[in-house]
Ligand binder design. Structure first.
Ligand code: AMP
Length: 353
């Protein structure tokens, strides 16, 4: 079995690292000359519309997956005519557009914030009247880690946000007064089998994930909602969904049809990591147990190198460095912590954070 991966960032790298002990060689495909996944497996450099280079990936792979959701859907469909591609390209289509994604959740009876699509200034004014303030204005496509979005609390902020984001397809969402943010992560096999990880609680800073804790206190219904999404898409692989906890009720924020930053704790804190289960799922192999081993935490390193000496001196900590050069707002690595009790984990996290 040989696995092709569209995208050569840290998620592709960690998929390749999980595939290696299973005897599965990986090839990443990326337009960049030196993707960090290329340090641990073969690389093919090519644009996503370069059929000649894509054909080399077909020849190098028994199955192809992807590590980021902005792979053009046409690329995934072109490949799917030549080699099995998992997750299904439709999952990309749904998750690439925030309006389509929220409409999809709504069609499955999954609660979302109030939302409205915006093409013009008239739509914007109508959306504000409909959704009310405070609200969050976001680009429909290519937004991630808080990029391409603004919180609107006052008419003046609404005006300023329109100045900076207007002219592109947008979505206005009601501002959710959440108690906490959590994510569900689950793998679905080719045979429909499921491996559902314990709930993860996430803390964001400046729109980017800062740290995750698991297992988190349960939130009713999220697992059922997650299962419905997987089944509706006839999904294969790992899918993550981010939720707001609003007074004990789950409200969907967004989904990622891939392994997810909030699931990195599973590398050292679950019987089978999200990366290994993704590989097993897309290869048509049985899934491994998603059970948590004790209490885990994950801390992201963003923009600067991790303080190596401090991390390595912390007995419970495991360093995961992606081999990337530091740059503002760039994820450089993360640390996972696994402890027998939550207080032990929290104390170790506090020493590193
Ligand atoms: P997103 O890129 O949509 O995941 O947004 C990044 C972060 O912004 C989220 O993790 C939340 O902390 C915050 N956020 C996004 N949408 C909303 C919303 N509708 N209400 C409140 N906070 C939000």
């Amino acid at each position: 079995m040989k696995l092709g991966i569209l995208g050569g960032g840290q998620l592709g790298r960690m998929i390749a690292l999980a595939a290696h002990p299973l005897g599965i060689p990986c090839t990443v495909y990326d337009p960049a000359p030196d993707p960090c996944a290329g340090q641990v497996c073969d690389t093919i450099r090519g644009e996503f519309d370069d059929h000649q280079s894509l054909f080399r990936l077909v020849q190098a792979s028994d199955v192809v997956t992807f590590e980021f959701e902005n792979v053009p859907v046409e690329t995934a469909r072109w490949l799917a005519e030549r080699v099995p591609v998992f997750p299904p390209p439709r999952a990309l289509e749904v998750s690439q557009d925030r309006f389509v994604e929220k409409s999809f959740f709504r069609s499955l009876g999954i609660p979302t914030p109030p939302f409205a699509a915006i093409e013009s200034r008239a739509d914007f004014d109508r959306a504000i009247a409909e959704v009310g303030l405070p609200a969050v204005l976001k680009t429909r496509r290519f937004g991630y880690d808080g990029k391409g979005q603004a919180v609107l609390r006052t008419p003046a902020e609404a005006e300023a946000a329109w100045e900076s984001l207007g002219g592109r397809p947008l979505i206005l969402e009601g501002f959710v007064p959440f108690r906490r943010e959590v994510s569900t992560i689950a793998a679905r096999g080719r045979d429909g089998s499921l491996a559902v990880y314990p709930l993860t609680e996430n803390e964001h800073r400046e729109g980017m994930l800062h740290r995750s804790l698991a297992p988190a206190a349960p939130l009713p219904e999220v697992e059922d909602h997650h299962r419905r999404v997987l089944e509706e898409l006839d999904y294969v692989g790992v899918l993550a969904i981010e939720w707001f906890d609003v007074g004990g009720r789950a409200v969907a924020n967004e989904m990622a049809p891939r392994v997810h930053n909030s699931g990195h704790w599973t590398i050292d804190g679950a019987v089978t990591s999200q990366f290994e289960n993704h590989v097993r799922a897309v290869c048509g192999w049985p899934l491994g147990s998603p059970a948590a081993k004790g209490h885990s935490g994950m801390l992201n390193w963003i923009g600067t190198h991790p303080p190596f000496a401090t991390v390595l001196r912390e007995p419970l900590a495991k360093l995961h460095w992606y081999g990337k050069e530091p740059r503002a707002r760039r994820k450089i690595g993360h640390v996972t912590l696994n402890a027998a009790t939550a207080p032990e984990r929290d104390a170790a996290l506090a020493r590193l954070d």
